[in-house]
Design a protein around this ligand. Structure first.
Ligand SMILES: [Zn+2]
Length: 411
């Protein structure tokens, strides 16, 4: 095979193959490339300045996309330049964005593969270590993030996500308009969220925030009130319903321990069922629940209360919402359901923020979707020690999904 043909196959703009080696046994192809004549402009990798002359040359060996069945390595002639600003620096080569021994397009292929498969599987497919694949994926995502325009933050979500026993909670800030997470940090204190407002936004950007969907968690409220004076705090459906689910679960557990014998067998393993919406359950599952309800009135009542609280968000007028909530609390009387009484007190003391749902149009379900995406990433990835990686990964998922939805709308 001639080097000119290999140059065409390789397809690196501005570079030509001047030597090659094919090993049929090992199924490897090695190409030596250098700049084509007339492509002599060198660019400093430090500042991007174009320079006429080279200081010296060096060789770098990187793995590139495979050619047919042959694993392909490219040895690149790389120049160093003497830049008036940066001193002696290596030139900028588009296919060599980092010091890692891989071409950019090889890293892109690995990064793309990581979008639909776990790093371990991708590693197996490409014959790489899983840690190498994760590092490549991270660089791929960093490049993607650097190239895109960041959407304006007007409506935000603030959430806590439990990472596990060791890492505990992280605070997640999301953009409700672009439906993506924008920032993560460990802990869930006021100082944590302060860190976001202080470190990530200018005073002007903070003024632009009009609404925040948050949990009824004092530290977040205090931080938002301090930093974003134009922001309306909304205690949204998703967060309130999380508390309602917790109350159902507390009732279930109390009943499990209070009663013995047959009822224990019925209650065991029903946690998930009790936290599901009735309308989402199949008829055998509904039957299981009905059986349980027939045996235990308290659990039945708790479930009904949870289900009916959901309807609060069908009202778009403050008066109607308040009325409905009062009627809901009225039902708690004589029930002796401690967890629900506590929930009712919480709702009453946060009423203003709940009613803000009628005053500010915030998209429902976005916070929940972002939460769900992060949790499924955590389940698949088995612990992201690097929060930056987790954030980029979640952003990428969000953005590719929106593109998909946008495409479907157009079609
Ligand atoms: Zn320079």
């Amino acid at each position: 095979m001639r080097d000119t043909d290999l140059t065409k196959l390789l397809g690196w703009p501005g570079y030509r193959v001047y030597r090659h080696e094919i090993d049929e046994e090992a199924k490897t192809l090695k190409l030596w490339v250098r700049r084509k004549r007339g492509h002599q402009k060198l660019v400093c990798s430090g500042c991007g300045r174009a320079l006429e002359t080279a200081h010296d040359t060096n060789e770098r060996e990187v793995r590139d996309l495979p050619c047919m069945e042959f694993r392909t390595t490219v040895v690149v002639e790389v120049y160093r330049v003497c830049c008036p600003d940066c001193g002696i620096k290596v030139e900028k080569v588009p296919q060599l964005p980092t010091k890692a021994p891989f071409s950019k397009r090889f890293e892109d292929a690995v990064g793309q593969a990581c979008e639909s498969a776990a790093a371990r599987q991708v590693a197996l497919r490409f014959g790489l270590a899983a840690s190498t694949v994760r590092a490549m994926d991270l660089r791929y995502l960093e490049r993607w993030a650097a190239d895109r325009r960041k959407p304006v933050l007007a409506q935000m979500g603030v959430d806590e996500i439990h990472l596990g026993k060791k890492q505990k909670f992280i605070t997640v800030v999301s953009n409700l308009d672009s439906a993506e997470p924008v920032w993560f940090d460990r802990e869930r204190k006021k100082e944590t969220l302060d860190g976001f407002f202080q470190g990530e936004l200018t005073a002007r950007q903070r003024m632009r925030i009009t609404a925040a969907c948050v949990d009824m968690w004092e530290p977040y409220r205090l931080s938002i009130e301090q930093w974003a004076p134009n922001c309306r705090i909304v205690y949204d459906k998703f967060h309130v319903m999380q508390h309602a689910n917790k109350a159902v679960d507390e009732v279930r557990r109390a009943e499990y321990f209070r009663k013995g014998g047959a009822i224990r067998g019925l209650v065991r393993g029903k946690r998930w069922l009790l936290l599901s919406r009735w309308m989402h359950l199949s008829s055998p599952k509904r039957q299981e629940l009905t059986q349980l309800f027939a045996m235990n009135r308290k659990i039945f009542k708790a479930y009904l209360l949870k289900e009916s609280l959901d309807r609060l968000w069908t009202y778009r007028y403050e008066g109607a919402m308040v009325n409905y909530l009062h009627r809901w609390i009225e039902q708690l009387r004589w029930q002796r359901l401690k967890p629900f009484q506590k929930l009712a007190e919480m709702l009453v003391s946060h009423l203003d923020g709940i009613l803000n749902y009628c005053r500010t149009k915030v998209p429902l379900g976005i916070v929940e979707a972002i939460n769900g995406n992060i949790k499924s990433l955590l389940r698949r990835g088995r612990g992201y020690r690097n929060l930056r990686y987790l954030l980029l990964k979640a952003q990428r998922i969000a953005s590719t999904r929106t593109e998909f939805v946008a495409f479907r709308k157009a079609a």
